[in-house]
Ligand binder design. Sequence first.
Ligand SMILES: [Zn+2]
Length: 190
Amino acid sequence: MKKDLEKFNELVEAFNKLPGIGKKSATRFAYFVSLQDTFGGLKLAQCIEDAVRFIKRCERCGGLSENEICDICADTTRDSSLLTIVESPKDILTFEQNGIYDGFYFVMEEVNEEVINKLKKTITINQTTEVIFAFTPGLNSDALMIYIEDKIKNPDIKFSKLAQGVPTGVSLENVDMLSLLKAFESRTKT
Ligand SMILES: [Zn+2]
């Protein structure tokens, strides 16, 4: 028996796999791009293909980039003495959206010798004087900060973390801009 709507159902399933998209929304999207806005649908397909092909991680900070080195790392007007460690490339976008910070970033999605060595190298190249931890507040992140500080072992570097104001367990992308700005400006010594 010939399966009708096989392609439609595949599209629904593909949308359904996206974070935060339930079956209902997935069906609406699939209907919209295949019948209501076919031009938009083709454009979306092209955008997705380009993004998947061209977006990668910056070799230096681990953030999103279309080049080896991202625009932030390549920007010589930024304050290279500041290095903010974030948990995800998405957190860089959150900081950049409101322009509260003009230093550099380092994405730390996992912690191992290789990442720590890369971090040390970045600190040396940038001549970092302050490392700012912008982790989701919680017990794990406190332990992690102590661990990283200990590994870096550099008395010339000041370590600080975002002040309270970023609620415990809430990731940066869900924190409102004003809270993030306050947390950043009143950052405290770790
Ligand atoms: Zn970069």
